[in-house]
Ligand binder design. Structure first.
Ligand SMILES: *Cc1c(COP(=O)(O)O)cnc(C)c1O
Length: 481
């Protein structure tokens, strides 16, 4: 067996050369993209054609440098100021470097020995979150994304509140979780994974401002009880994904306390506002929550994916998974904060703490304040601008960096949906801007999320101008038919 190929794959000098090329490529891309020089945020290709492209690509020989360069051209540019779409951070370069470090070092993190520095760093990162939230006796850990983090918190809630020992005995009772109808779909998914079924996820309607209707909680709770369900938790969205609206955490907290159920805050997107001296008021009551999750890769500038799961009571952070794995750790009765695999869904996980710590080390936690504040300011500014513009209509006054609106022009309201759907598709295929869409109370809206601190008023003006042009074109085609 020849080991020639293996030697080639692990050559340090080649890594250096290709690594230098890659950093140079990404750095140039950052400089240009940030200024908005590439004319397009994305070059839209339908899925099958993109698949075919790469299928052909691998048949020919390409250098690693050429591969990355082609890859770059065919990827969406989240650092572009005209990227105003889904909620993913314009990754801070130092965080991306930390990710590269983690990818190459591959410390497994399950047990302390397999991630000495990164495990200790993780505890420091968690301490920073706990202190900022105001959890005096808290604890927590990092996991792979908000979806998994919400599931983890819901499992902890079940452990703490359910009368039955479901981890050991399986389901004998019917449980339920209360959540806003505007909550992220992953809460619904978590409930179903936990075996709660569709009736185990109680969707509470929202008011005109799209926040959970606190005054109906009691009635929904009583109904669940009457149907033989034990409600174990209530989830507050901070904010909900479609609208960027925060639920009233203080009211939810009072309700949860009265009913002795778990109060969880899904702060995947906007939990990071605790760092913003200007906007942390949106999270009043968060310190009363039994658990909170916050994504780094949304509002905190880290590369994907890394999410903090935080508990008000430290013991709860150990209670979710109680499996015995003697080959990994000696003592099942010792919490061993440093053996993270005892607490996370993952066994192996990446050295995700580095993504936060590299930013803290370079710029301090002030970076998180500045980032959230600038982005929320931008969302509100765009809201004001739309309000002033007679051709457009806001779905609601933006609270955060998420803004939902639609083109109305001189359209008959019956045509709003069709025209706005076409606008969104045209924008996608054109590629100069990237924005998304959503349905609110059954109505179609364009949806923007300001994720790039360098998106300014000029880009907002250009976007509305572009939409108007597209709309006029659509109207002309419709009239000509
Ligand atoms: C994005 C989001 C999630 C999912 O988080 P991922 O990190 O994408 O898995 C959950 N809840 C809310 C409110 C979100 O905005």
């Amino acid at each position: 067996m020849s080991t020639e190929l293996l030697h080639k794959a692990y050559r340090g000098d080649l890594f250096k050369e290709e690594g230098n090329d890659l950093i140079a490529l990404l750095a140039d891309h950052l400089t240009k993209t940030k200024e908005g020089t590439p004319s397009k945020v994305t070059r839209w290709v339908p899925p099958q054609a993109e698949y075919d492209f790469w299928k052909e690509y691998i048949k020919e020989e390409h250098s690693t440098k050429a591969f990355f360069s082609t890859l770059l051209e065919r990827s969406i540019h989240t650092h572009h100021p005209k990227y105003i779409g889904h909620q993913i951070a314009s990754a801070v370069p130092v965080s991306a470097l930390a990710t590269l470090f983690s990818a190459q070092l591959n410390n497994g993190m399950t047990v302390y020995e397999m991630g000495q520095a990164s495990t200790a760093i993780e505890k420091n990162v968690i301490d920073m979150f706990l202190k900022t939230i105001g959890y005096m006796q808290g604890d927590g850990f990092l996991t792979s994304g908000g979806t998994l983090a919400n599931l983890t918190a819901m499992l902890a809630a079940r452990k703490a509140i359910a009368d039955d020992d479901i981890w050991n005995d399986g389901h004998n009772s019917k449980l339920a979780i209360m959540v806003s109808e505007e909550a992220h779909y992953c809460v619904d998914r978590a409930a179903r994974i936990m075996g709660l079924g569709s009736e185990g996820i109680i969707k509470i309607p929202v008011n005109e401002d799209y926040a959970i209707r606190a005054e109906v909680l009691e009635a929904y709770y009583d109904k669940a009880l009457a149907n033989g369900r034990q409600v174990i938790a209530i989830v507050g969205s901070a904010p909900s994904t479609s609208t960027g609206v925060y639920d009233d955490l203080q009211k939810i907290s009072a309700f949860a306390k009265a009913k002795k159920i778990w109060f969880h805050v899904d702060g995947a997107h906007g939990g990071a506002a605790i760092f913003s001296s200007k906007y942390k008021y949106l999270l009043d009551g968060i310190d009363q929550a039994d658990s909170v999750i916050i994504d780094g890769h949304k509002m905190m500038g880290t590369s994907s994916i890394t999410t903090a799961v935080l508990f008000k009571n430290d013991v709860d952070s150990y209670a979710t998974f109680e499996q015995k794995a003697q080959y990994l750790w000696d003592k099942n009765d010792d919490p061993e904060w440093y053996n993270l695999g005892k607490r996370t869904f993952e066994c192996t996980k990446s050295m995700m703490s580095l993504r936060f710590f590299a930013i803290m080390n370079a710029y301090g936690t002030q970076f998180f304040d500045d980032n959230v504040t600038v982005l929320y300011d931008a969302g509100r500014e765009f809201g004001t601008y739309i309000e002033e513009h007679s051709d457009f209509e806001l779905a609601l006054t933006p609270i955060s960096n998420i803004v939902c609106f639609r083109y109305t022009g001189n359209l008959n309201p019956e045509a709003y949906e069709e025209v706005n759907r076409k606008i969104r598709q045209e924008l996608l295929e054109d590629g100069e801007f990237y924005i998304v869409s959503t349905l609110l109370k059954g109505e179609f809206f364009l949806r923007t999320t300001f994720m790039n601190p360098f998106t300014n008023k000029e880009h907002m003006e250009l976007l509305l101008k572009k939409i108007k042009e597209i709309a006029v074109k659509i109207e002309q085609i419709t009239i000509n038919i």
